[in-house]
Design a protein around this ligand. Structure first.
Ligand code: ADP
Length: 589
C-alpha cells in the first residue's frame, strides 16, 4: 500500500515536473523567438533607413538637371524654332556624361523628342513622341513630373524627372532626365538582401530579387491596369501578383509572410515624397533556428535533468535497499543472538527450577527435621515427667499414700494438658481451622488475659511494661481465645528477644482508629535480622535453639489475624528492638 502511494506520488511529481519543464522550455523558446524577431525587425529598420537614404540620394543627385535644362536658352530656342538641335544634342550628351544620368532629352509641347543625349544611339529617343507619359503631362500641368517606367524605346527601366519649359507663361515643352536605378538595385542585390520598392499601385519596380521584379503586392484592379497601360509604364510586363501569404501582422509596416513554403519578415516603409514604399524582406529562418536551438537545448537539459534525477533516485533507492538489507541482516543476527540467549535462559531457568525444587525439598526436610526435633524436645520433657510421676504414683499407692497419689495424678493431667496444647498448635497446620462463629470481643479483656498469662515472665526477667490503652472498651468481631493467643505469642517473642538485653521495656499501645483498632507491641530486644524479614511469618521459621521455639507462633498469629480480616506486620527499630503492628476491624457500638 505504502509502495503504491509512493509510486502514485512519484508519477504525479514526474507529471508536474514535466509540465513545468515544458512550460519553461516553451517560455524560453518564445522568448528566444521574440528576441530574435525584435533584433531582425530592428536590423531591418536600420537597413531600410540606409536604403531609403541611398534611394533618395540617387534621385536627388539628378533632380536639378531638368530644371537647369529648362532654363537653357538654346533649348528654349530649339523649342520655339526647331533650330539648334545639334547644339542642344551635343550639350545634352556632354552634360549627361558629366552628370552620370542615363539620358537627358527635350520634348516639344506635344510630346515629340526634339533633342536627346543619346542622339547617336540607334535607339535614340529623337523623333519619338512620349506625350502619353505621365511625367510629360505632369510637367505640362504641374511644372514638373516624376515617374518610374520601363523605357518605351530602349526597354530599359528608369526614373524620369521632368520640368516644363515656358516662355512668357506659354508651355513650350519639357526637359527630362532619365536616371538608371539599376546600379542601386545591383548594389542591394550584391548586399545579399531583399530590398524592394513598390509604386502607388503596389508594383515592385525595383527589386534585388530578380524573380519578384514587376510583380505586384496586391491584385491590380482593371482601372489600375488601364492607367498603367495608358502610361506604358511597365511595357509588356504581366504584372502578376506575387503570392505572398500574410501569416501574422506584427505592427504597421511589419508582418510575417510565407512565400514558397518559407517564412519572411516583411517590413515596409512609405517614401512619402516619392509616393512609393520601400520594403525589406528578411528570411525568418535564423529566428526559427534560434528558437528551435533554445527549444532543443531546453529539451536536452530537461531530459538530462530528468535522467539525472531518475539516476539519483535509483541510487538513493539502491542505498536504501542496501541499508535495509544491512539492517535486516543485523536484525537477523540479533534475532539469532536473542534466540540463543532465550535458549540459554530457558536452560538456566530449568536448571534453576530443578535446583529450586531440590532446595524446597531440602528446605522442607530441614523444616521437618527442625519441627521434629522441636516436637521431640517439647514432648520428651512431659513424657519423661509423666513416666517419673507414674512410677512415683505406683510407689505411693504401694505405700498407701493416696493423698499424694492424687497430687501425682494432677501433675500427670497438667503435663498431658501441656502436651495437648503442643499438639493442638500443630493441628492448626494439619487441617484448616473451621471458621468459628464471630462474637463481640472487647480488646481490653483479651489484652488483660494475655498479660495475666505472661505476668510471671515479666517478673522473672525484670521486664517493665508500659501500656497505652483507651479507657473505653474497644469492641471487635472475632474469637477472644484466638486474639488472646496472638497477643500471648507476640508478648512471649518480645520477652524472649529481651532476655539478654540491658534495657528491658515492653510497650503496648492500643489506638482506636475510625474503622480499625491498632495494637502496637514494641520491645527493646535484639531486633530482627534484615535477611530474616521475609521469612518471619513462615511456618517453622525460628532463630531460637532447639527446644526453645517451634517457629509456629508468628505463622499461627498471621493466620488468625488474616482470618479475622486484619493485618499483622513486623519490623526492626533503628535504635534496637522490634515492633509488631496488628490492625483489626472494629465494631461500632
Ligand atoms: P518461635 O518463637 O518459636 O521461634 P515464632 O514464629 O514466634 O517462633 O517466631 C519466629 C522467629 O521470629 C523467632 O525465632 C525470632 O527469630 C523472630 N522473632 C519473633 N518475634 C521477635 C521479636 N520480638 N524480636 C526479635 N525476633 C523476633
Amino acid at each position: 500500500m505504502k509502495k503504491l502511494f509512493r509510486n502514485i506520488s512519484l508519477f504525479w511529481v514526474l507529471i508536474i515536473s514535466l509540465l513545468l519543464a515544458t512550460t519553461l522550455v516553451w517560455q524560453a523558446t518564445r522568448w528566444a523567438y521574440t528576441d530574435a524577431l525584435n533584433t531582425l525587425i530592428k536590423v531591418g529598420g536600420e537597413r531600410m533607413t540606409l536604403y531609403s537614404g541611398t534611394l533618395h540620394e540617387a534621385l536627388s543627385r539628378y533632380a536639378y538637371l531638368p530644371y537647369v535644362l529648362s532654363q537653357n536658352i538654346d533649348i528654349k530656342i530649339l523649342l520655339k524654332s526647331s533650330f539648334n538641335a545639334d547644339l542642344v544634342n551635343d550639350y545634352l550628351q556632354s552634360l549627361n556624361a558629366e552628370a552620370g544620368s542615363d539620358t537627358l532629352y527635350v520634348m516639344s509641347a506635344v510630346g515629340d523628342t526634339l533633342a536627346a543625349s543619346n542622339w547617336q544611339d540607334p535607339q535614340t529617343y529623337i523623333g519619338h513622341n512620349y506625350g502619353f507619359r505621365p511625367y510629360f503631362t505632369d510637367a505640362k500641368s504641374k511644372l514638373k513630373g516624376r515617374f518610374f517606367a520601363i523605357g518605351a524605346t530602349t526597354g530599359k527601366p528608369g526614373y524620369f524627372m521632368s520640368h516644363s519649359v515656358c516662355d512668357n507663361g506659354q508651355f513650350l515643352g519639357a526637359t527630362i532626365a532619365k536616371v538608371d536605378l539599376t546600379p542601386l538595385q545591383d548594389d542591394w542585390h550584391k548586399g545579399g538582401e531583399t530590398v524592394l520598392v513598390s509604386d502607388a499601385n503596389g508594383v515592385l519596380f525595383l527589386s534585388s530579387r530578380e524573380d519578384w521584379k514587376y510583380r505586384t503586392l496586391t491584385q491590380l484592379s482593371e482601372n489600375q491596369r488601364t492607367m498603367i497601360l495608358a502610361g506604358r509604364q511597365y511595357g509588356a510586363q504581366a504584372l502578376e501578383l506575387l503570392p505572398l501569404e500574410t501569416v501574422e501582422v506584427l505592427a504597421e509596416g511589419q508582418k510575417i509572410v510565407r512565400f514558397d513554403k518559407a517564412l519572411y519578415l516583411f517590413l515596409s516603409r512609405p517614401q512619402e515624397d516619392l509616393g512609393w514604399q520601400l520594403h525589406h524582406v528578411a528570411p525568418l529562418a535564423p529566428v526559427q533556428e534560434r528558437s528551435q536551438a533554445v527549444m532543443i537545448i531546453g529539451i536536452v537539459l530537461t531530459l538530462l535533468l530528468l535522467a539525472l534525477s531518475l539516476y539519483g533516485r535509483e541510487r538513493r533507492q539502491k542505498q536504501i535497499s542496501r541499508r535495509k538489507a544491512h539492517q535486516a541482516e543485523a536484525i537477523q543476527a540479533m534475532n539469532l543472538r536473542l534466540q540463543a540467549e532465550i535458549a540459554e535462559r530457558n536452560r538456566t531457568e530449568s536448571v534453576l527450577h530443578e535446583t529450586q525444587k531440590e532446595l524446597v525439598q531440602a528446605g522442607k526436610l530441614a523444616a521437618l527435621g527442625h519441627m521434629a526435633a522441636g516436637i521431640v524436645h517439647e514432648l520428651n520433657q512431659p513424657i519423661t515427667a509423666i513416666r517419673t510421676q507414674a512410677a512415683s504414683g505406683h510407689l505411693l499407692l504401694d505405700r498407701g499414700e493416696t493423698g499424694k497419689v492424687r497430687e501425682t495424678f494432677s501433675a500427670i493431667t497438667r503435663m498431658t494438658e501441656h502436651m495437648a496444647s503442643i499438639t493442638a498448635q500443630l493441628k492448626t497446620f494439619a487441617h484448616k481451622i473451621p471458621p468459628k462463629r464471630k462474637e463481640r470481643v472487647v480488646l481490653q479483656d483479651c489484652l488483660d488475659g494475655a498479660l495475666n498469662m505472661t505476668a510471671s515472665m515479666f517478673s522473672d526477667f525484670g521486664i517493665s511494661l508500659q501500656t497505652e490503652v483507651p479507657a473505653a472498651p474497644v469492641v471487635l468481631s472475632g474469637d477472644q481465645v484466638r486474639i488472646k493467643q496472638v497477643l500471648v505469642n507476640l508478648i512471649r517473642n518480645a520477652v524472649d528477644a529481651m532476655k539478654n538485653s540491658e534495657k528491658k521495656v515492653l510497650q503496648i499501645k492500643v489506638t482506636a482508629l475510625p474503622q480499625d483498632v491498632e495494637i502496637v507491641i514494641i520491645d527493646s530486644g535484639i531486633g530482627i535480622d534484615e535477611h530474616n524479614m521475609g521469612e518471619l511469618f513462615t511456618p517453622f521459621f525460628t532463630t531460637k535453639d532447639v527446644g526453645e521455639g517451634l517457629g509456629l507462633g508468628l505463622s499461627i498469629s498471621y493466620r488468625i489475624i488474616t482470618d479475622l480480616d486484619g493485618s499483622i506486620k513486623g519490623k526492626s527499630l533503628d535504635d534496637g528492638g522490634a515492633c509488631f503492628t496488628i490492625k483489626l476491624p472494629r465494631i461500632q457500638k
